[in-house]
Design a protein around this ligand. Sequence first.
Ligand SMILES: Cc1ncc(COP(=O)(O)O)c(C=O)c1O
Length: 375
Amino acid sequence: MTFKAFDLERLLSDWEQTVEFNFAESGVHPVPLKELLEFADADLNEFLDIPLNYPEVNGDLKLRQRIQALYSDATPDNVIVTVGASEANYILANTLLVEGDEVAVMRPTYMQFSGVASNLGAKVRTFSLNENKAWALNIEELQEAVTPNTKAIAVVNPNNPTGKILSEKEMDVLIAAAEKVNAWLIADEVYGGAEREKTQPTSSFYGKYNKVITVNGLSKAYGLPGLRIGWIVAPVNLIKELWKRHEYTTVSSSMLGNRLGEMALRPHVRRQLLDRTRKLVGQGFDVLQQILDEYPDVYSVVPPGASALSFVRYNLPVNSTELIHRFREEENILVVPGDCFDFDHHLRISSALPKEYVHEGLSRMNDVIKKILSR
Ligand SMILES: Cc1ncc(COP(=O)(O)O)c(C=O)c1O
C-alpha cells in the first residue's frame, strides 16, 4: 500500500513560514497571549507557579468541565482532550477503522480523516456539496455512498474549504443515513462559532443520535492554534478506547495549553474571543470580495456562512497548483490550490486577517491574473 501524504499540510510545511503574505492558513488572525489574559481579567503571575508537569492524560478536569458545558447531555467523561483537532481525527480513524472498512466522506473537505482512513486500508467513498446550489448537500450521492458496510460518515461543519453551514434539514438527512446502517457520524465542528453573518453559533451534531462523535478545538473559531488544544466528545465507552490510542500517540496535551484553554472557555472570555473572530471573518471577507470583484469574469464565490475561508472558483485554463506557485514565485503570496481538495480550478483563500494585510496581499494575486489575461 502506498502512503498517501496530506497534501495541504505538506504545502503549508514547505512554504507558509517563508512567504511574505500567507493566505493558506485556515484560522483567524491568532490571539496574542496578552489579549487572552485581558479578556479573562487575569494576571500573568497566576501562571508563574504552575508546575510544568503533565496534565491529566485525558485532559485537565476543569477544562473538560468547560468543554462538556458546551454540549447538551455530556459529562466530563464524554470528553477527551487531544493535541489539536488533528490528533482527535487521527486517533478516531485509528480507533474505529481497520483495513477493508468503508467510510463515507463529504467532498470537498479537510482531507485528514479520509487520508488517514485510506492509509489504514479503508475504502473511502465520497458525497458532494453542490457548488451550483450554494454548496447544498447532494442527498442522492450521500445515499449511494452509504452502504450497509459503512462504519462511519465524516463531515466538517461548518465546512473547510467552502464555509458552508449545513441546514438543520441536511443535518437530519445525514443522521438518518448514519442511523439506517448503524454507522458513526463524525462531525468535525472546529469552525462552529466563526459565523460570518449569523449571530447564533452553528448547532452541534452532538446529541442528535447515540453514535455521534464530535471533534472541536481552540485553533480556528477561538484563534488560539498555538495552544494545541483539541477535543472529542463521544459515548463514554468509545472515549475509553480513544484514550488507549491517545496514550500511544501523544500521552497528553500540554499543561499550559490545558490551563489557558480552560481560561478561553470561561463564558465571558469565550464570548469575547468569538466576537473578535466574527469581526475578523466579516471584514476580511468584504475585502476579499472587493478584490474578486475586480475580475468578475474570472472569479466566482459562494460567500461562506462561517470559517475564515472562501473557496473561490476561477475561470482560467490553468491548473490550480500551477497557479498558486505562480502567485508564490512572482508575488510572494501563498493560497491553497483546489488540487489539495481534489477540486481543481478553485483556490482556498483565508481572509480573517487584518484588513490592510488582506488588501495588500490579495491585490498581488490580481497582478498575476492581469498578466495571464494580457498574454
Ligand atoms: C476541519 C479541520 N479539522 C482539524 C484541523 C486541525 O486543527 P488543529 O490545529 O486543532 O490540530 C483543521 C486545521 O486546518 C481543520 O481545518
